[in-house]
Design a protein around this ligand. Structure first.
Ligand SMILES: C[S@@+](CC[C@H](N)C(=O)[O-])C[C@H]1O[C@@H](n2cnc3c(N)ncnc32)[C@H](O)[C@@H]1O
Length: 453
């Protein structure tokens, strides 16, 4: 290691914005566009728009801990004197204590993110860079599966990738969307490549992975979906790795849509349970994976290929996936299926069995990468920014939103708010109340979703 960034990894890294060479060792700067990328929790933070991404995740952490503290208060409030059943009181006490303690533990674990965040709405109103579906706790059950009770699942995931790889022996391995980090840890220990780089965007999962690789112990609560008994409603679990990670295993924050690596850096790329959750179309992701691979390199894709995209064109069938992969410079994939347990916590009555599909394909030729041309006013910060129609529309939308928000004062009803909008000629009388209701309902739903993740 040279400083915090390994000298084995530094030559592979590139600016996720402009693909310029990165320099430095404690923070990285792009030699081409000048953007600086910090280390967060000791790991290179190579997300495009690094400051905004950091602010967004910080806002999410703040929202999550605030939610947990509110939950704790709700459980405490439910402990009224007339609630006399001892088991009920014990459950409420357990949950109140666990929610407060969990908030404290998350704050400690993610202290490198902490700073006083601006209101989440400010980040949301500015260009959000982290996909809305990617919450801090979106894949939280993975931490316990990876490092507490998931031996059978972890072994099944490892076996599926090894089976697909066959006799291929990776030397430079990339795991994109590594989650809490167990699969790259196992692959690195068993296949012994010279370097394995594990990449994710989620700071909570990466914080856990980093500590596991260093053989540190982390205590975090599990809140099973369907607890088996009273004590299982909140269980403080100790996360540990079987042994420290073998040398050569590295963690890098990065976005699979704009991965921070030089083309051809890897001979093997693994995407475990990623292609159907990432917020880009499979055609782009396949071309990106192709570009990361050296000629003759291999892409291993594993998961359930369950595309839930709102756009019906992108909710692909297995056959379409095969065609898209073959169209991105790879051989045509042959799928291997295996039935695997999925998130089967011993503390929960709820568990799934999934039919997991895995394929390994060899890169046959380069694929065309989707072009992202940069207009001069974005490339040069001194250039005047043109008032484009989309910017004007956005500005108008923000003014309308801010006006509606200013009308909510704790006294006005929906009809009062609608009447104001009608008076300002912003909405026709027949529609106004219905639209105001839909808008407030959406805000309410979004707030519920945010607190759930
Ligand atoms: C379904 S989880 C799978 C996690 C892990 N591979 C596993 O099998 O346990 C999807 C993972 O992809 C990550 N992810 C989602 N969008 C991403 C993106 N644009 N770039 C990198 N990682 C992403 C999530 O943070 C999450 O860790």
């Amino acid at each position: 290691m040279n400083g915090p960034i390994s000298s084995a990894v530094l030559p592979l890294l590139r600016c996720p914005r402009c693909a310029g060479v990165l320099e430095g060792d404690s923070t990285l700067g792009c030699s081409a566009c000048g953007v600086r990328y910090p280390l967060v929790d000791g790991m290179p933070w190579l997300l495009p728009a690094p400051d905004l991404a950091l602010a967004e995740w910080r806002g999410r952490l703040h929202a999550m801990t605030t939610h947990l503290k509110r939950q704790a208060a709700l459980y405490r409030a439910a402990l009224r004197p007339d609630v006399t059943r001892p088991t009920t009181r014990n459950r409420l006490k357990l949950l109140a204590m666990a929610c407060s303690d969990h908030a404290r533990r998350l704050q400690a674990l993610l202290a490198p993110l902490e700073a006083e965040p601006a209101a989440a709405a400010t980040y949301a109103a500015l260009a959000p860079v982290v996909a809305a579906a990617q919450g801090l706790a979106s894949y939280y059950p993975n931490v316990h599966r990876d490092w507490v009770w998931g031996e059978e699942e972890n072994q099944a995931a490892l076996a599926a990738v090894r089976r697909a790889l066959g006799s291929v022996r990776p030397e430079r391995l990339l795991v994109l969307g590594c989650g809490a980090g167990r699969l790259p840890y196992d692959l690195h220990a068993i296949l012994r490549p010279a370097a394995t780089v594990a990449v994710d965007i989620n700071p909570l999962l990466m914080a856990v992975a980093r500590r596991m690789y260093a053989a540190e112990r982390v205590d975090l609560y599990e809140f099973p979906i369907a607890p088996r008994d009273l004590a299982s409603h909140a269980l403080l679990r100790t996360l540990t790795a079987p042994a420290p990670a073998e040398p050569g295993l590295h963690l890098v924050f990065g976005d699979a849509k704009q991965p921070p690596f030089a083309p051809g850096s890897f001979d093997t790329v693994v995407t475990p349970w990623l292609v159907d959750v990432v917020d880009t179309e499979l055609e782009s992701l396949a071309a990106i994976v192709n570009s990361l691979l050296a000629p003759g390199g291999h892409w291993v894709c594993t998961g359930t290929l369950f595309f839930q995209q709102a756009d019906p064109e992108r909710a692909y069938s297995t056959e379409e996936v095969q065609e898209i992969v073959a169209g991105a410079g790879f051989e045509s994939p042959r799928l291997q299926s295996s039935r695997q347990p999925y998130l089967a916590s011993p503390a929960s009555r709820h568990a799934r069995v999934e039919e997991v599909v895995t394929f390994a394909v060899c890169k046959q030729h380069e694929a065309e990468l989707p072009l992202r041309p940069m207009p001069s006013w974005l490339a040069d910060p001194r250039h005047p920014v043109p008032l484009l129609p989309e910017v004007a529309d956005h500005a108008l939308a923000l003014r309308v939103r801010s006006y509606v928000a200013s009308l909510v004062d704790g006294r006005r009803s929906m009809s009062d708010i609608a009447a104001k909008l009608v008076a300002e000629r912003l909405l026709p009388p027949a529609e106004a109340t219905g639209i105001v209701r839909d808008y407030l309902l959406r805000l309410h739903d979004e707030a519920q979703l945010r607190t759930g993740t």
